[in-house]
Design a protein around this ligand. Sequence first.
Ligand code: FAD
Length: 432
Amino acid sequence: MENRRFDTQAINDEILEAMSLKNRYNFLNNNLMSVLSTEQFKFLRDIERFCMRFEKKNNITHGPEEDIYEWIPEFGKKGYITRTHAYSEIDENYDYYGATADFLRILGTDQFSTMYVMASGATILAINPVREHHDNVPVRLEALKDMVTGKSAGAILITEPERGSDATHMLTECEEQDDGSFILNGTKIYNTNAPKADWVVAYATTEKNNANQMAQFLIDTSWEGFNVKRVYIPWVPKLFLGKEELVNLKVPKEYVLGGPGRGKAHLFEGLIPERLGIAMGAIAQCWGAVSHAAIYSNMREQMGREILKWQGVGFLLTDFWAKTTNLTLSLLKFCEAYDEKVENFGGEHNIPANIRQAMVASASQLKYHTTLLSKEACYEMANLMGGAGVCDNTAMHDYMNISRIQEVVGGTRQIQQYIMSMALRTLFKMSV
Ligand SMILES: Cc1cc2nc3c(=O)[nH]c(=O)nc-3n(C[C@H](O)[C@H](O)[C@H](O)COP(=O)(O)OP(=O)(O)OC[C@H]3O[C@@H](n4cnc5c(N)ncnc54)[C@H](O)[C@@H]3O)c2cc1C
């Protein structure tokens, strides 16, 4: 029996059992085994085994009352919060890491809980700048360790009530003090995990609307002047997003990750990994939806045969299965190429500017395309399953709902189109 909580069972025992986490993993693995290397496949299987054991041991039903934030420490202990880097600076020293490793981590974890993956993705957005700019300052390394090892969730505070897509023209102000500390005042909003996080990374500026005066800060959320309220997003009911009022919040000098003038560059640095992370999550959602629908339609019978054999169902399923497979291959290729370049050039900062420029475009293209697919695939796969796809007996409603916000986060659809058109112009100038 699939381990889910529902008031009334609508799907018959046999099919519900067949849509178990184990079988959905089998479906995913059978699809990917021909394209993954032995090392990649082993890592994926390790995560899947961990998730299955974790679900069973903790009697997780994925019912509405469960707190996904309670799961973070155990994932952290196993090194499954992030695998983008080895994290040797905090003595974690993961032996398997990189963009590809993180893609596999997301693929393996999302079938277990898609909302949990989105929350951990937001923690990574806080991890990245602290890792990049810790400068061996002990408090920064402590924050990094807390977030990477699952002691605390993290959050990134960019968006403001009046500044969403126009993120570089901020209104939150910072004022430098004689001792090198800063006083912050302003309001941030829609910051994933913020009400649950011990650490956040926030941006502010010494002059409103001046992108060149932006700075970046690490903040301990227990400090006086950090006031957070939850913003409830009904499509991801288990996520905690925050609206923060920063009132004379004092940030000591050692917590300044980038002083005025450096904030904008730090902000842009984080955007490629953010978009890639969202693309990976979106494709993982497609696999979640397709694997439910594939198992269901191979077993559910109407008018004397399995519904897969009715063309209307079978061809719709194969269309989204093909699109999901193709975009998975494209994302995998991008991740492998990225990892190879990081290794060949001796670090991500040494990748030549022209290659980086092309990668900025690819990250936007992938985010744009995968989130669009997730929105369509999750709805269509639920629709294809009839009542079973829209009732509360499976994770399909989680997929349908989460898929509808992926285009908004990390730069909206229109902003990705804008970035792509600028990148296209640059590539034209490089070519002609
Ligand atoms: C679930 C969720 C999680 C989030 N997590 C975080 C987080 O962790 N940290 C964080 O800082 N923020 C977070 N955000 C905020 C998110 O990044 C913003 O919502 C997003 O950037 C859009 O900003 P906005 O909501 O103010 O919309 P607006 O910027 O007001 O956009 C409204 C509409 O106008 C369009 N638009 C705006 N400008 C242009 C333009 N120049 N050309 C064409 N169209 C345009 C947009 O595409 C959109 O359709 C989150 C949001 C959500 C919903």
